[in-house]
Design a protein around this ligand. Sequence first.
Ligand SMILES: [Zn+2]
Length: 74
Amino acid sequence: MNFGSNSALELAELRAEQERDAAISAAMQAVETRGSPVCVDCEGTIPAERRQAAPFATRCIDCQMFHEQEKLHR
Ligand SMILES: [Zn+2]
């Protein structure tokens, strides 16, 4: 059987590309709705441990504590 391995390969590559694009946009949506991998205040990386504990976090622990203390003092 020979039904053109080239086009089958191209199709597979196209599918992989579509899947990758879908995965990227899903990841970007996840960031918007579930917090950020990077702190919005200091732009430092939020540790995976903290992101697991607090998926909605958009700040690292230091900035979050500072933010909460600032709120308390007002
Ligand atoms: Zn921070």
